[in-house]
Design a protein around this ligand. Sequence first.
Ligand SMILES: Cc1cc2nc3c(=O)[nH]c(=O)nc-3n(C[C@H](O)[C@H](O)[C@H](O)COP(=O)(O)O)c2cc1C
Length: 175
Amino acid sequence: MTLRDNSVITTILSRRSIRKFCSDAVPPEMRDLLLECAFAAPSAHNRRPCHFIVLEDRAALDALAEVHDSGKMLFQAPLAIAVCAETASYPEGDLAWVEDCSAALENILVAAKGLGLEGVWLKVMGRHPRNERVRPVLGVPESVEIVGIAALGFGAEEKPPYEGIRVDRVHNNLW
Ligand SMILES: Cc1cc2nc3c(=O)[nH]c(=O)nc-3n(C[C@H](O)[C@H](O)[C@H](O)COP(=O)(O)O)c2cc1C
């Protein structure tokens, strides 16, 4: 038994971006657990800006796939969760909602892996004209930012887990 023999560590290291999915639906109890994990993410000043749009209808997923130029796996994925930020409570120039929603999105991907699902993060925010194309399809008001989308499902491809540290990227006490 080593420190690595730990389900959290194994799940984090084996999470990869999977873009091919089986047609099997994600059970509702798994979907709800993913959302619970998303809501458990930390947020600056505990502002908790995240809203989640859950897409399970084939027509809705296909419509999103049409407008997201790097999201064609959504034609296959049975589930997508768009992570959106209500930014009104943040002071002018405070972009912590990006970090807050990113933490939630990563929680979704790691939790998915832990449940035997796979997924991939799809960028939306700050990406012109993707952002403008995705917004009306998801019906998101202008006051809300779409930080990213997790495309999710049971995987139909495998990728090796990560291991090791890049020592040239680790600085001790000082850069
Ligand atoms: C902020 C962010 C945006 C991303 N956007 C996309 C995207 O739009 N489409 C896509 O296929 N993958 C996207 N990815 C997934 C990356 O391509 C992937 O994480 C990277 O290639 C490393 O692979 P891995 O996730 O298997 O470690 C995104 C990842 C992050 C963190």
